[in-house]
Write a protein of this length. Structure first.
Length: 265
């Protein structure tokens, strides 16, 4: 009996799903371990990811190697400045980040590289602020709704398919994936909220931030399409690079941290 192309593709798809799932479990486990281990381990993990993302951003911008070195050095200097073990994360931290981003843009003659430092730095400051100031519960909720969004969107998009969400930005994302991601985030977010001291009015925000996460994902997809690459890098088997894994968390963390800093939550 002759095997169809679909039949031949299934083992490959299963192996990819298995590799992707195993990597996801390990990454989530590492993140949770760092979250509960304390602010120093959490800072170390966030700092390492920030340095990797800065390098990946430079690759997506197509800059010369020396400019990448400038960007990574600028990020490293900022991360040393915002060590929560030495000083609290505050508005001075944001000012230092803005100044560092401007310096990188000027030294590298690349506004896009400076913007990348600002965007990545803000997201790292945000997640560290949540861990250090608001505590574990809100940080866990923030992480979990993004993870749920990614998982729900992936499987809904694969199983249901249908109309594309934004084919000019990402050829694979569908409306079914977006709806599945929102539903998953609402479910997981609600479970965390009812079992913690977080306010119930955060439940609908679980779905709203799922849309924000998808917007961050689409933005990075557009950057990759413009750069002509599939992934930001290949450090995470089945997932790509750090930017590919954290593209949804970055804008969500910034939004939640802004709410917390403003006393909304």
């Amino acid at each position: 009996m002759t095997e169809s192309v679909t039949d031949l593709a299934r083992p490959s798809e299963f192996r990819h799903l298995l590799k992707r799932s195993a990597t996801a479990v390990i990454l989530i486990g590492v993140a949770l371990a760092a979250l509960y281990a304390g602010r120093t381990p959490f800072w170390v993990l966030a700092a390492l990811l920030a340095l990797v993302m800065t390098g990946e951003w430079a690759l997506l911008m197509g800059v010369r190697p020396w400019k990448m070195v400038v960007a990574i050095a600028g990020m490293a200097a900022f991360l040393i400045f915002v060590q929560p073990m030495i000083r609290p994360i505050d508005w001075i931290s944001i000012g230092a980040l803005a100044g560092g981003a401007a310096a990188v843009a000027a030294l590298s003659l690349s506004v896009r590289l400076g913007f990348g430092l600002l965007y990545i730095g803000l997201s790292i400051v945000a997640i560290m602020y949540l861990r250090d100031v608001t505590g574990i519960q809100l940080t866990l909720w923030t992480l979990a709704i993004v993870w749920a969004t990614d998982i729900g969107a992936y499987f809904s998009g694969k199983k249901i398919g249908g109309p594309k969400l934004a084919p000019s930005l990402s050829p694979n994302k569908t409306w079914a994936g977006l709806i599945g991601g929102v539903a998953s985030a609402l479910l997981v977010g609600s479970l965390i909220i009812v079992n913690t001291e977080l306010p119930n009015w955060l439940i609908p925000l679980s779905g709203l931030f799922a849309i924000v996460a998808q917007a961050g994902d689409l933005y990075e997809s557009w950057l990759k399409r413009r750069a002509g690459v599939k992934d930001a890098s290949g450090i995470f088997p089945g997932h790509g690079g750090a930017l590919d894994r954290l593209d949804g968390l970055m804008p969500v963390a910034i939004c939640v941290a802004a709410m917390a800093a403003g006393g909304v939550v």
